[in-house]
Design a protein around this ligand. Structure first.
Ligand code: ADP
Ligand code: MG
Length: 620
């Protein structure tokens, strides 16, 4: 007896439904995309019980006549493709002709639709793939699709659905993506008879972010837009300070479609490197428009992934655009002042300009007292330093106090000879007035519209890091022969990697030669790091290479090593500085991009505007 049976169409549809319809949110996505393709301007979504009992979408689009309404539920029925060339030039959200047939196979569905040139609507009811009724109906132009009791005949699938709340979270995420991609649409979302979102047509995207995601995120977004080769872009990206511990706040839209792309995600992460802590994810809303023939959307049933003709180019374009914008901005962290409780009237004498200086001084003293005892005054948290993100091993030789700036020590080519970033330098803070060093760790300087508090170690570390990177971009670091070569004894792990690491060290201006079974000698050391003791530095660098070498890409590894060098060479917290030293540190801050953050992404300085202070003192 033959065992093979050709499945009937309904079975085929049920199986196909598994690919596109995973949960109520996937139904919503398909229905919304159809409404968008039908040219709708207003769409209302009604959900009950997280979408498990009802997902209803009503649009005012072009509608379907009675013939089309019947055909729409036949598998592979689509009005969006007519010949194979169309596949390479997809302008609509849908094109596979699968969604309606799949949804109808696994639910109880009612579709009502009317075109503009018809005086009446038609209504079609399908129960688990079987047509139950088809009749004229009364309805305005457009389409309503109601999907009830998803998977009710497929207990095995229904079992995988989560709680109403969780399913509604997915619904809401789908709605958010569609709403951000289509700001021209008037959109309403109702859940269990409650209006969750009502979005007016043509709202700015920032306003939609505020409504759908977070008002605070929306307020801090940095906007950029332009054209690059064959790509138009509009982006709203988060201030590094507002980076999150999950990548959930990253949205990429390509020609109005929400996509996930590992090249774009990577470019995004790279563009914030050094500006945000390594375990944080920037917030970003990227809207890209490209000719449809330059990528393929037909690689994934839900079309969430695309294949670019040239992914590397997209990567470098996105990286370039974002990086340039971030580097051209003043990203100094802004003080997040708690709003001061309104003092009783009697406590608040009339404003007297003579008091102001005193009040400011007192506020600063207060600030330091608080920030020493707790870091909660700021929105960001200083991450616990990881083994290689702070100096763990003290130098045997301390950096002499007499030279906080790396500038006076230049013995090689002056800065001007070294290729610098082509990016327009950010608007710099001009410092004026006297500088104060507090607790031998922080510098307070007056700026044009307020004052700045600088973490001396973090800033100096960034300055040295940038200088090292700039010099390395021009070739190996200039090195100097040691008068007395320094021997280093290596551990087994270090011995294991030292040969492959020698070239790496040579780029840094460090020459190593074997000297006996377990010993190497350091012949030369970079001029720019002449203040460091060579042996401990090489030891630590080898440890880092031995422990991280296989895990990190070479770029990242170099970053770690430069970071370590900068950290070791930088002036320390708790180190007293003279006025000229402070001055030279502040001057250097003005010449360096990204001076607002240390190489680990923590702020080097926090600005306080007079307006902030005036608010605190209730002067506004
Ligand atoms: P696809 O969107 O890939 O074409 P679907 O199964 O989602 O496939 O839809 C089948 C067809 O039904 C569409 O091509 C379109 O012609 C029609 N259709 C679906 N939804 C709507 C709607 N809301 N308004 C007008 N026509 C629709
Ligand atoms: Mg569709």
């Amino acid at each position: 007896m033959p065992k093979i049976k050709i499945l009937d169409q309904n079975m085929i549809n049920m199986i196909a439904a598994g690919e596109v319809i995973e949960r109520p949110a996937s139904v919503l996505k398909e229905l919304l995309e159809n409404s968008i393709d039908a040219g709708s301007t207003k769409i209302t979504v009604i959900i009950e019980q997280g979408g498990k009992t009802l997902i209803s979408v009503t649009d005012d689009g072009q509608g379907m006549d009675s013939e089309d309404l019947k055909n729409a539920f036949v598998p592979h029925a689509t009005s969006k493709l007519s010949n194979p060339d169309d596949l390479a030039n997809i302008q609509t959200m849908g094109f596979r002709g699968e969604a309606l047939a799949s949804i109808a196979a696994v639910s109880q569905l009612k579709a009502t639709s009317r075109t503009a040139d018809s005086i009446q609507a038609h209504s079609l009811e399908i129960d688990a793939g079987q047509t139950v009724s088809f009749s004229p109906a009364a309805a305005p132009v457009g389409t309503t699709i109601e999907v009830r009791n998803l998977f009710y005949k497929l207990p095995a699938r229904a079992k995988f659905l989560k709680s109403h709340n969780t399913e509604f979270t997915h619904i809401s995420a789908t709605f958010t993506r569609i709403a951000l991609a289509n700001p021209n649409l008037d959109l309403t979302l109702i859940h269990n008879n409650k209006e969750v979102h009502r979005l007016m047509a043509n709202q700015p995207i920032r306003a939609r972010v505020a409504e759908l995601i977070s008002a605070q995120i929306a307020a801090e977004l940095i906007e950029l837009s332009g054209s690059e080769r064959n790509m138009d872009y509009f982006a709203l990206i988060g201030h590094p300070q507002s980076s999150r511990s999950s990548a959930d706040y990253q949205y990429t839209f390509l020609n109005g479609r929400f996509i996930r792309d590992k090249f774009i995600t990577h470019a995004l992460k790279e563009s914030y490197r050094g500006l945000t802590e390594p375990n944080k994810h920037p917030v970003a809303f990227l809207f890209l428009t490209m000719p449809p023939e330059s990528f393929d959307v037909n690689v994934h049933p839900t079309k969430i992934e695309v294949r670019f003709d040239n992914s590397n180019m997209i990567h470098s374009q996105v990286l370039g655009i974002l990086r340039e914008k971030l580097l051209s901005m003043n990203l100094d962290a802004k003080a997040q002042l708690p709003s001061a409780p309104a003092p009783a009237l009697a406590d608040q004498p009339p404003a007297d300009p003579r008091d102001r200086k005193e009040q400011i001084t007192q506020a600063m003293a207060e600030f330091f007292k608080n920030s020493r005892s707790s870091q909660h005054t700021f929105e960001y948290n200083r991450a616990a330093p990881s083994a290689n993100s702070e100096c763990v091993i003290q130098n045997s030789k301390q950096v002499p106090v007499g030279a906080p700036s790396i500038r006076p020590d230049y013995t090689v080519s002056p800065l001007a000879d070294i290729p610098r970033s082509t990016v327009t330098p950010p608007a710099r803070e001009a410092f004026c007035g006297p500088f104060v060093q507090l607790h031998d760790s922080y510098i307070v300087a007056q700026s044009a519209d307020g004052f700045v508090i600088i973490d001396q170690h973090a800033l100096h570390e960034r300055l040295i890091y940038e200088e090292l990177t700039r010099r390395l971009a021009a070739g190996p670091l200039e090195s100097q022969r040691l008068l007395i070569p320094e021997p280093i004894d290596l551990t087994a792990a270090q011995l294991n990697i030292i040969e492959s690491a020698r070239e790496f060290f040579e780029k840094l201006g460090i020459k190593l030669e074997p000297f006996g079974a377990k010993t190497y000698i350091i012949q030369s050391f970079p001029v720019i790091l002449s203040k460091l003791s060579p042996a401990p530095f090489v030891h630590d660098a080898l440890d880092l290479l031995a422990s991280q070498g296989s895990k990190l890409d070479p770029q990242r590894l170099l970053h770690e090593i430069l970071d370590m060098a900068a950290c070791k060479a930088a002036i320390k917290a708790g180190q007293k500085l003279t006025a000229p030293e402070i001055q030279s540190l502040l001057e250097d801050k003005e010449t360096v991009d990204r001076a607002s953050r240390c190489p680990h992404g923590r702020p080097t300085s926090i600005t306080f505007s007079l307006t902030d202070l005036e608010k605190q003192f209730k002067r506004t």
